[in-house]
Ligand binder design. Structure first.
Ligand code: AMP
Length: 287
């Protein structure tokens, strides 16, 4: 199916019709909210590789209003539709699905989908309804695309963990793949929201990564989780312009308290620069 020319499809019926013609090979799916950058590009390239020449790569570009707990964040979310399609083309995407909210959701929709354990901590505790909105839209997209595989970035570590849980608990026959975080040269995790940072905030933001690395070092050298978190939060507070949201060291799978000091762990942070909220994380493992 790989033709090196992305097909833009904006409604569900056309998507179903085109995909129904696909009889063999993998369908590899990458959901996005647009304003695509190198982080998305790495997922799309991995999708192309996984799909192979006979498979089909589908990217969705849909700014899902249902997962926004903050109207201002939704209203100011960047949008670069033409550049997005060019990037899809360059990464070997076959189909870019670009629905609008009215085409995705019935006006009187009344089904919700809530994950109740992993969503209760970290960003879930700070953004009520966010992960229910993510689960709903990803479920709908899975039903529309019916992929064999889907790729999500570890940048949104909690989202990846929740979606793994969703396919497990709902017996959804899709392999979920986690992709490494893509960063700017100075260490800042790529994010569609980075363009909204002021120059001062942009200059200060790489300190998030530097502090995460220092905390990983301290933890893997034996410092206890609580001290590592407190020290990290204190260090992040000193970054010019930062308002702390959270810094937590949790079990990499359950996202709750570490089961044992040697369990794989993740250190996840969220900070505000003005009205821009950035997240980042780092995986930790004690010998
Ligand atoms: P978004 O458009 O922000 O919803 O992101 C779409 C997908 O791209 C999600 O699976 C994200 O985790 C992933 N993603 C976003 N930024 C990055 C990044 N810097 N590195 C790796 N994956 C990313």
């Amino acid at each position: 199916m790989y033709s090196c020319s992305v097909q833009k499809i904006s409604n569900k019926q056309d998507l179903r019709r085109v995909l129904a013609g696909k009889k063999s090979g993998r369908i590899v799916f990458v959901p996005t909210m647009g304003a695509l950058h190198e982080g998305h590009a790495s997922l799309l390239r991995q999708a192309r590789e996984l799909a192979g020449a006979d498979g089909c790569v589908v990217a969705s570009i849909f700014l899902n209003p249902v997962q926004f707990d903050n109207a201002g964040d939704l209203a100011t979310y960047p949008s670069t539709p033409e550049a997005d399609l060019n990037l899809c083309e360059a990464c070997g995407v076959d189909i870019a699905f670009t629905p609008d909210p009215a085409g995705m959701y019935e006006a009187d929709r009344s089904i919700s989908l809530e994950e109740t354990s992993l969503s209760s901590v970290l960003c879930g505790a700070k953004r009520p309804g966010h992960f229910a909105g993510v689960c709903l839209v990803v479920n709908k997209l899975f039903n529309l695309v019916q992929p064999t595989d889907a790729i999500f970035g570890k940048k949104d570590y909690q989202q990846l963990a929740i979606l793994r849980r969703m396919v497990r608990d709902l017996d959804i026959p899709i392999a979920i793949h986690g992709a490494e975080i893509v960063r700017e040269a100075d260490g800042l995790a790529r994010s569609s929201r980075n363009v909204r940072l002021t120059p001062e905030h942009r200059a200060a933001a790489p300190a998030i990564r530097r502090n995460l690395l220092a905390a990983k070092h301290a933890y893997e050298a034996g410092r206890d989780a609580e001290t590592v978190c407190c020290d990290l939060a204190a260090a992040l507070e000193t970054i010019p312009g930062v308002r702390m949201d959270y810094a937590e060291l949790v079990d990499a799978e359950t996202l709750h308290e570490l089961r044992s000091p040697s369990s794989p762990a993740v250190l996840a942070v969220a900070v505000w620069f003005g009205d821009v909220r950035l997240i980042d994380n780092i995986e930790l493992q004690r010998a």
